[in-house]
Ligand binder design. Sequence first.
Ligand SMILES: [Zn+2]
Length: 343
Amino acid sequence: MDELLIKMLSAAGISGYESEISAIMESELKKSSREVTSDDFGNIIAKKGSGKRKIMLAAHMDEVGLMVKYISKEGFISFIKVGGIDDRVLVAQRVVVKTSKGDVTGIIGSKPPHLQKDEERKKPVKYEEMFIDIGAKSREEALSMVSIGDPVVFDAPSGVLNGKLCYGKAADNRVGCYILLKVMEKLKADAEVYAVATAQEEVGLKGSRVSAFGIDPDFALAIDTTVAGDTPQIQERESSLKLGSGVAITIIEASGRGVIVGEKMKSLLIKSAKDNKIKYQMDVIEGGVTDGAMIQLNRSGVLTGVLSVPCRYIHSPNSVFHLDDVNSAVNLTIKAVEKLAKL
Ligand SMILES: [Zn+2]
């Protein structure tokens, strides 16, 4: 796996606290774009090329995580979730509390099964019943290390399974951010292209909302990850997306509450994939929305598409994705932008 991708997956950045990943995005985008700015919201906006059309490419930087809420007198941390995390993936994870004084490692603890009553054992432990153990013996000692309101991220390494499957935390959506960088590096289109690394997507698509207003694009593509269906217990009719089968072209999100990709954009994306022999699969999804849903509603409406990389175990410390799908997404984004520039 590329060193840059590993660095991006490892960077901390829950919603609203994206500074680590945004610093990487800013310095990397400066290598390919003539102008890179940031706004007060935390979005990084890079501009490249010129032409009569404005095209916005958006990938969110934030990851799902936790935040310190309360510290017990025994020194254990209660937390809230920031973004959608299944409580079941939290038990016994190692986490990092990002404090003003540096990183503090902790373990998410819960009552061991040996001490649970029969009834308790039948139900998954809720996050409210869990705590972060940072090794402090008292509230005072804990407060000398961390503060209420500190963000918390998974402490999970990245790596490779059997050659081409990559794993790591925050694949949603550092994979999209990585694609954005690669696209800007290679792109030569006759259009004003804006690459936006957005903030606070996981908590309400917020960064894309404010940045789209500022840019006022003619067309937009959101680049994100989506849910793969190629693991046990998922029926093919629930999700037919497979790792390694190509970039996912979204048709509809959240049964229509998110983006409904317009005919014109849909056929442009499919034609670009076919003409250039880029592997793709169609994504019709009942849950989950992307930045595209917000950009599409900007001002008087923006023709918007969504391209995604399928991920297994999304929103967990160990998401798994295929590098070939990342490359397909880079290629299709470039080809689609070239076509959009001519519309
Ligand atoms: Zn996402």
